[in-house]
Design a protein around this ligand. Structure first.
Ligand SMILES: NC(=O)c1ccc[n+]([C@@H]2O[C@H](COP(=O)([O-])OP(=O)(O)OC[C@H]3O[C@@H](n4cnc5c(N)ncnc54)[C@H](OP(=O)(O)O)[C@@H]3O)[C@@H](O)[C@H]2O)c1
Length: 234
């Protein structure tokens, strides 16, 4: 019997890389992101565990990429899990925020999740099983200054995933939204936050909690989890 398939976006670094490596024990992983070299690193780490994966170099925000991603997935009836994790953050006040940076964040963090979900949804519906994980943020629950585009994308994602959950109940598809606070990942590179990084949550701790949620048994689902530092947000 084939291993079930998990598709993980943003698998080249950070949370997506960690989830890909850990989930490869149970799933055949399709690794999706734009940077081939970094994706190769994740693929190597999975192969070092004697687990299997395939890389798909693609930009999730582009309509055409979605066709390319779908065409590269074999055994579509085995798709069991989609982790919508790819995301970018460009923090700036509204005067300095460029229209391009607004578009990039909305297109990656929100449109990308919609496109990826739409891509596989009929495969999950037809077999009446599956799980879709959305890596949101505490910025999808609370507003923060200098981050209008990021907050908008994550509030939008909260709306999308919540409505989707209601729609998919009758198909036995679990929709899991994760709302983490700050985690020490490459997302914070070159943001002038280096002093705070060692006080952030770790990638391994976060990915372990997410995997527990994915593994909720039988007819139980972990619908939403908020994961913060004990000390609270920065
Ligand atoms: N770090 C935090 O403090 C934190 C807190 C809450 C929520 N989050 C969320 O967690 C998710 C993962 O972020 P991270 O912290 O792990 O940061 P990260 O290390 O920068 O990872 C982001 C990933 O997304 C990929 N990506 C970006 N744009 C893409 C696109 N258009 N198409 C395909 N892949 C794309 C990147 O790969 P390529 O460059 O190879 O495309 C990378 O693999 C994001 O949604 C972020 O909003 C992070």
């Amino acid at each position: 019997m084939n291993k079930p398939i998990a598709i993980i976006t943003g698998a080249s670094t950070g949370i997506g890389q960690s989830l890909s490596i850990k989930l490869s024990d149970k799933y055949f992983i399709y690794l999706v992101s734009r940077n081939k070299e970094k994706l190769q690193k994740t693929a190597e780490l999975i192969k070092n565990k004697n687990n299997q994966c395939k890389m798909i170099v693609a930009d999730v925000s582009r309509r055409k990429s979605i066709d390319l991603i779908y065409s590269q997935i074999k055994n579509k009836q085995d798709i069991e899990l989609l982790v919508n994790n790819a995301g970018i953050a460009i923090f700036n006040n509204i005067s300095k925020l460029s229209i391009d940076d607004w578009d990039k964040q909305l297109n990656t963090n929100l449109r990308g999740c919609f496109l990826m979900t739409k891509m596989i949804i009929d495969d999950l519906k037809s077999k009446k099983s599956g799980k879709i994980v959305f890596i949101n943020s505490v910025a999808g629950l609370n507003p923060y200054k200098d981050s209008t585009a990021y907050v908008t994308s994550k509030y939008g994602l909260r709306g999308f995933s919540s409505a989707l959950r209601e729609e998919l109940r009758e198909y036995n598809i679990k929709v899991i939204s994760v709302y983490p606070g700050a985690i020490d990942t490459p997302l914070w590179n070159n943001m002038g936050m280096d002093d705070l990084r060692q006080e952030m949550m770790t990638i391994d701790d976060i990915s372990g909690i997410i995997i527990n949620a994915i593994n909720s048994p039988n007819n139980c689902t972990t619908e939403e989890i908020t994961i913060r530092r004990v000390a609270g947000d920065f």
